[in-house]
Design a protein around this ligand. Sequence first.
Ligand code: 26M
Length: 818
Amino acid sequence: ESAQFTSAIDHSVPGLKKLIKNHLKFSLARDTQTASRRDWWLATSKAAQSLIIERMIATQTAHHRTNAKRVYYFSLEFLMGRLFSNSLYSAGIFDEIELALQEMGLDTETLRKEEYDMALGNGGLGRLAACFLDSLATLDLPAVGYGIHYQYGLFKQEFRNGHQVELPDAWLTYGTPWEIVRPEHSTEVQVFGQVENVFDDRGNYVPRWTGGKKILGVPYDIPIPGFGTNTVNFLRLWESRAPEEFDFEAFNRGGYGEAVREKNVSETISKVLYPNDKTESGKELRLVQQYFFVACSLRDIFRRFRKDNEAWEDFPEKVAIQLNDTHPAIAIVELLRLFHDEYGMAWEKAWSIVTKTFAYTNHTLLPEALEKWSVPLFQKVLPRHLQLIFEINKRHLEQVEAKWPGDVHRKRVLSIIEEGHVQMVRMAHLSVVGSFSVNGVAALHTQLLKAELFPEFDEMFPGKFNNKTNGITPRRWLLACNPRLSTLISKKIGTGWERDLDKLRGLEQYANDPDFQSEFMAVKHANKVDLARIIKTQIGISVNPAALFDVQIKRLHEYKRQHLNLLHILALYRRLLQNPDLDIAPRVFIFSAKAAPGYDLAKCIIKAINSVGTHINADKRINDRLKVVFLPNYRVSLAQRIVPAADLSEQISTAGKEASGTGNMKLALNGALTIGTLDGANVEIREEVGEENIFICGMTVEEVTALVKKGYRPHDFYMANEELRAVVDWIGSNYFTPDEPGCLRMLCDNLIYNDPFLVLADFQSYSDSHKLVDAAFKDKPRWAKMAIMNTARMGKFSSDRTIGQYASEIWKLDPVKV
Ligand code: 26M
């Protein structure tokens, strides 16, 4: 079905000029004489936003009129980055705005730098959610993203003497043109309190959750425009407030100060994003955040469902909820509670609707990253939910008993409750039991999910587990971030690849064409010149754009092994010192990464890279053949500058530890070659680009498992390899940190005596692989051909393909044309 849509806005260059000036005047109260760059950016953004809002209204009308099934993407994180370019492209006015600005003596390139990144996420999981929203709208799928309107996003990173320092990310200081506050859709939820038994209106003695603290959720909507279509979905983010401006009861109890303090507690909930991307044990506020946004979102979904539907039985036909990891998993229990406690529905019926509604995506196998909440904490924050979890578990274990009578081991491993000194609620088990679909994010990851993490669940629920290999949006990660390459591609194979990335295969036939090779590499060179300028202005280091740009950009984690990269840098440096004539292609090693504030070893690795880098960069003897650059404050907008300029992409996690990776896809799409382990989506990238176009190194999952089983002794590897021993000892000495003796000791000791991620075991293979990289880079036509092949064969990794599979295989969701 379709709805009629005609724009009331003049899209012409003069029309847009007028629109921008009107916003400058009437929304910002500025005249053209006194307007700052930020004012112009705001006014231009608002102009684009008005076109998008028109289409959003038409889209919502169409979804309502057709009573379409919708998917709700529940996520604690949405790492959106900047929205300016994306909005211009999606509104279909990129060129017109460019011209309009030009006529007023401005340009898009300068204005877009005015925007703060919307950094409401940590890394891969949050950025995946943002790419998915883009694809959902582009594929005309009715969808709403639900999350938290954090006042502070992921911390800003600075380096002081090479150490990471965290600063608050006050992204809302000057406001944002993209969001629309909707106080009329505010909703009230409660936390804490107790469970009492009361008589309901049918005379049944039933449990009731009472006495909780009331919190108001106020929604902010960010329109999400599709590319090359009229669909505009939205992202709805909840801000927490005190239910009344002023708590008179608290005022009477404790006076003005007390009343304001009470208000602050409510407003703390949406104050700040938790900066961890693996573990964070048992923080009460985190559980409150999770429940707060989930409870607000479910009430919002109920309101929307009830407008167009009568029977609760139809709920799963109109509503699919995707859980982005276990962070929003409490939604399973809240939906059950709403049906059973609030609407008096029988347990069996309520549970049956719940388990037809939810689907869960797992993003990690690392045991320390699996969410658990202690039963006492749950009892305090969500007492009724805890009761319901015990009841869900009782019924679940009865099914286990029916299937495997007397098997106590099975009951123990399948239980939602982990028994121990303190009982723990396992959120992953709750998610598997409460969802009709559980998916991993790459083929290898899903295989390990079934075989290693949840083998008993896979046996109990055959068919529930499935794979959805991650993807990235080609609009942001090629069209917007790499205009030179986009233009070259469109010149060669025409447009259309932006919505159908498999079309890039059309480039393959030119991979051996010397003219196309030089055009392709000229684009890469120009992007490297741009990045070199950024490096110079950001950190004052001059780098040669002809050198090999060797890039590792991602969160800092032991399992991602930035320290393996560092060991190789030191080995190269040492080889050059010992053999000054060594013939290697000059290299610039580029890092960018944030470490979780409490993760000491990760912070130590940052310090080590910075200190070694400072030393190498200053060493005249190596003649600029090596440079080490650590760009501070990694974020989406910085990634968009680094990705187009990379020659080599470092994807060297310990096999079995990186669920998928998505940076690997962004870099390969932009013509960087991968050096990597057979981990996550690297496996599928190799399948697509061909093994002749990728550098695979290190142990396989099977080899890792075997080595760990037999007993890994890093000290043996250290003793057996002279070069490895030298570089590890070099780090541990005070050579690179004379002013801070002992500061890198923990890194060195960790490697020799512990090395949980098998860095030393993979060193030689990694180092050998880099020799092949060096040889390939010196052979210019060969490198160009490999780079072109990477771009040409990355079509599979469009998030449009991923979302298409979620829609047809999990959500049973049809597009609605607007
Ligand atoms: C947990 C508890 C408290 C505070 C924060 C967290 C938390 C936040 C983010 C835990 C994990 C978080 O993200 C994990 C993540 O980003 N995983 C990555 O997901 C990507 C998308 O699927 C994959 O490509 C990466 O391989 C995977 O590491």
